[in-house]
Ligand binder design. Structure first.
Ligand SMILES: *[C@@H]1O[C@H](CO)[C@@H](O)[C@H](O)[C@H]1NC(C)=O
Length: 130
């Protein structure tokens, strides 16, 4: 191996390290969102118990909501129990959710819906039987 290629290799690794550092700084800079989970289950239906793994367990009655700020830039698993039904989803997924101000979740009889603007909703998890 020539002196020249060793020089090139060491510069290649230095460049890689530099790019990784920049990526890490960019990651830290991207603001982590606030999460809002609300229950839009039919009136008079039993409450739903929402488990956000590593964060909270909450009981939501129809029209109640719960908010918190994501503090870790990593996938946040959650599931809801409604009677004998369960739905599970990622309350926060860095790949698609990071950089957004707020992530809205709406728990409905059809399942759990996701929105970035509290108006356009997308079904992300359907109920299944335990
Ligand atoms: C989340 O953070 C924002 C900005 O710091 C703050 O205004 C908001 O009240 C926080 N939300 C909760 C539920 O703590």
């Amino acid at each position: 191996m020539t002196k020249m290629s060793l020089f090139a290799i060491s510069h290649f690794f230095a460049l890689c390290f530099c790019l990784i550092s920049i990526a890490a700084i960019a990651e830290q800079d991207s603001k982590l969102p606030e999460i809002q989970i609300s229950s839009a289950l039919p009136k008079d239906s039993e409450p739903t118990e929402v488990h956000v793994i590593g964060e909270v367990v909450i009981v939501l009655k129809t029209n109640q909501d719960y908010k918190w700020n994501i503090t870790k830039n990593e996938i946040t698993y959650s599931f809801a129990v409604w009677g004998n039904l369960i739905a599970d989803w990622y309350a926060f997924e860095p790949r698609s959710d990071a950089g957004h101000e707020t992530i809205f979740w709406s728990i409905r009889k059809e399942g759990v819906f996701h929105s970035f603007d509290n108006s356009k909703w997308e079904l992300k998890a359907e109920w299944f039987r335990e």
